[in-house]
Design a protein around this ligand. Structure first.
Ligand SMILES: [Zn+2]
Length: 159
């Protein structure tokens, strides 16, 4: 994920927040509507246990901020947080809305199914989340000149 830099948009998602510790993207493909990936930005880090105390506080605060926005915007019944990284060992957390109506797996963990999300709806959701989060979302527009200083091993495609 290091090599993706801090782009406003990647093949995988639309940025809804560029925080001090993490960048968050509403995913173009995911298990269902309301799926955001929070990606640690900085040096290459695989495990949250590799973070210093202040970095860890900052990272999890960004994750919770995204969780609140996901809960508010999607009216989520529950929000799931998954820090996996088995396929792509760069610290990131999947934040997913679980819906009271129409959830794909009510009462169970989500499968990692990569269903293309409808473009129009995705852009509307990204704008709304960006406004709720207020930092570096798509509402600000434009290309972000900042590059991640991360120089870890190259990650595989996908998540
Ligand atoms: Zn990395």
């Amino acid at each position: 994920m290091c090599e993706l830099g801090r782009a406003a948009e990647t093949p995988y998602g639309i940025r809804v927040m560029a925080g001090e510790f993490a960048d968050s993207y509403l995913a173009t493909r995911g298990p269902q509507r309301g799926y955001v990936v929070v990606i640690w930005h900085g040096r290459h880090v695989a495990e949250p246990t590799d973070l210093a105390a202040d970095e860890a506080s900052g990272y999890w605060a960004d994750v919770l901020r995204v969780g609140r926005a996901v809960q508010a915007h999607f009216g989520a019944r529950k929000v799931n947080y998954e820090t996996l990284g088995n396929a792509v060992p760069h610290l990131h957390t999947h934040v997913t809305a679980r819906h009271a109506q129409g959830d794909v797996r009510p009462g169970a963990p989500l499968e990692h199914a990569w269903v293309e999300q409808p473009t129009e709806e995705l852009r509307r959701d990204a704008r709304a989340l960006g406004e709720l989060l207020g930092v570096g979302g798509p509402a600000r527009g434009g290309r972000d000149p900042h590059r991640s200083p991360c120089h870890g091993p190259r990650a595989n495609e996908g998540r």
